[in-house]
Design a protein around this ligand. Sequence first.
Ligand SMILES: Nc1ncnc2c1ncn2[C@@H]1O[C@H](COP(=O)(O)OP(=O)(O)OP(=O)(O)O)[C@@H](O)[C@H]1O
Ligand SMILES: [Mg+2]
Length: 238
Amino acid sequence: MDVLTVKGLTKSFGGLVAVKNVSFSVGKGEILGLIGPNGAGKTTVLNLITGFLKPDAGSIIFKGEDVTGSPPHVLVKKGVARTFQLVNPFSNMSVIDNIAVALYGKRGIRSTEKAVEFLELVGLAHRKEELAKNLPHGDLKKLEIARALATEPELLLLDEPFAGLSLEEASELMELLKKLNEEGLTMVIIEHVMKVVMRLSHRVVVLCNGEKIAEGRPSEVVKDEKVIEAYLGGEVVA
Ligand SMILES: Nc1ncnc2c1ncn2[C@@H]1O[C@H](COP(=O)(O)OP(=O)(O)OP(=O)(O)O)[C@@H](O)[C@H]1O
Ligand SMILES: [Mg+2]
């Protein structure tokens, strides 16, 4: 069974149709890349799937259940977690408390050891006592991922997790995401640098001006005329 299916998703902001009739599925254990130029509607799709926005039309099916319109906290309990394009920690809390909150919120668990495990997973355990607001950008991105993982999701949606990372941090993150996927985690990764998507994704959905313009294996999608045109002048092509 597919972990996620979206059908006919549509969302407007005033007169702007940010997402138009978008449909796709994500299979269990799959990494789906969601790509497209700036303003294509990628984050809006992710906001719709995770309940931060309600669609004007269309449906969202998670593990066979229609969850359209469910709020974020309900979706987290069901196993849907996300990270944000702009990192968003509890700034005045320590790194470890940021994880503790996520653990408690989802599963009612109070366990420092468990929180440290998630920090170790992303390579942040050595900074556990620091205030989140004092972390450099790369570490904030890791914290954001650890927080999402602490809710033990079955589906993790990442909004440009590689943005602003150094080459070394990016390759560490690539390894972490591959490892999590090998352990069975299903993922949707938003990215607009095609190279990253090519290396991680099993399948790619391409958005442009709110519409799905292509879908397929990364190697097929980069050859697609519509995709090349959408990206012309952009920072693509592998
Ligand atoms: N809350 C909002 N109110 C009004 N317009 C919005 C809102 N959120 C997004 N938009 C508009 O909807 C369109 C799609 O935005 P979205 O953030 O989904 O694109 P994106 O593909 O994630 O772009 P980027 O690569 O820059 O992150 C853009 O034109 C954007 O300005
Ligand atoms: Mg975005």
